[in-house]
Design a protein around this ligand. Sequence first.
Ligand SMILES: *Cc1c(COP(=O)(O)O)cnc(C)c1O
Length: 370
Amino acid sequence: MLIPMSSLRLERPEGPPPPTDPTEFARIQFSTRYSSHMLVAAFESGRWTESEIRPYGPLQLVPNITALQSGISVFEGLKAHRSPAGQILLFRPWDNARRLNRSAERLAMPRLPESLFLTGLRKLLQIDARWVPPLGTGALYIRPMIFSVDGVVRIKPADQYLFIIVTFPFGAYFSAPVDVLITEQYVRAFPGGTGDVKLAGNYAPTLVADREAKAAGCDTVLWLDGPERRYVEECGVMNVFFVVDDRVITPPLGGTILPGVTRDSVIQLLRDRGIGVEERRLSVDELVTLHREGRLRECFGTGTAATITQVRRIRFRGDDLILPAVEARPVGPSVREQLVAIVTGQAPDRHGWVDEVTLDQARPAAANAR
Ligand SMILES: *Cc1c(COP(=O)(O)O)cnc(C)c1O
């Protein structure tokens, strides 16, 4: 049964209630427990329906939906945190709404009104507020998605879609440093392809490369560009940064790099500190030379789930570039600390990134309130 948002009467969800003990939140592993509700809107007869909030649970779909047959499916990832005063804060959610539409456009999907995304998300968080972990015990991960539900085996733009948002809490994320393998065999993205959009189908082909990385004793893959297999592009499902001397280098956007919200935020925070950030191509040869000259001081990945993940070792053609100890790194760890303070409302929000979810349901949530 569906519940229109305008006449919100919530069904009692079947799953377990949210934890009441903060230490229980801190122990929840990523994507192992789900919040009580999900937001659902449908695209039918050329328009998006009003969104509905229903208990989290299975969908009834026929097996030949084009999301499964042709991979017509895009998604987003963002987080909500608690401030010290217990407010629920979203981080740049309008950027995720916009990026979801960029991804949708790439698959010939209809646009989703950004207000449907933002208002629906705030409503969902109001209803499942008790699933947002208290400050210091983790965050709520938010997974919006759009996929086609036409039941036809035919390759063409779909006529019917679902927009769904599910959320889940996860415990304080200690992001352990990782070892990465540069693969020359597999590529993640290529010019004219879909590497710059969050398309579900981008991730399945990375699984074999990841397995290879693990077989080589690494955690994930450092991707090179497709045409030349020379330039570093991304690190697993994160954007990648290198600290060289006193500057920072990150590969430029432009078709094959996912424009990460964390990437953009980190670049801004670095520039705020007066650190030069170069968005430019960096070849493996240059990386090896910089390392040999002792000028490669840090490498780290950025992404919503872990914010910043330090790279400890880069493996390439059987050799290892061992990077300086994480404790001795001047840039990444302190930027991570600053970003975590901003998203949890513990540091000034100078760029208007933080969106407070109003917990009084009678009032509409204020957009970009500061
Ligand atoms: C989502 C994603 C990122 C990080 O984007 P954020 O907006 O910072 O979470 C980086 N690379 C890839 C391939 C991604 O899918």
